[in-house]
Design a protein around this ligand. Sequence first.
Ligand code: ZN
Length: 182
Amino acid sequence: MKDIIVVQDILPLDSPKRVGKMVKPSYITIHETETGLEITDEKFNYKWYRTILDDYSSTIGYHFLVEANNNEPSRIYQFLETNVYTHHTGNAIGNQQSIGIERIVNKNTDMIRAIDTQAFLTAILMKKFDIPIENVLPHKYWNNKDCPSRLLAGLYCDWDSFINKVKEFYSKDIELDGIKYK
Ligand SMILES: [Zn+2]
């Protein structure tokens, strides 16, 4: 995919989202923001989610946030290095061994492009860490939370089609500059 902008916005070293170090990222967990598609104001954008990550009373974080606003390039924000573990799945293995990719949904979101961008980043990380497609999982797998709810409900795209998109990207010679690996 062309025209993806990667933005490094790495959280400070004293951030409580840095719960520990991963031995090796072995899974990728797919998330989606909870608020509704048509009803969620476009102010619930990257800046809003970034502000939440500044809450020092919470250990809940994630590594990447995907945003595809209408009439703007797709963006991938990175908040944590890929070897840091954080609380994003409600499950010890999910937290300690999986990279979390959150995707913004609001009424300014180009849903198909956002899903494609999330699939693309997933394929990039699979290649980098030798993660098999079986280990690309919805958040729901870990603790039964209904996330990514619209993807699991098949709105715009269903889970199997998402996995097929990931496989298709994986089969190609893809690259993405700007990710901070550790
Ligand atoms: Zn989630």
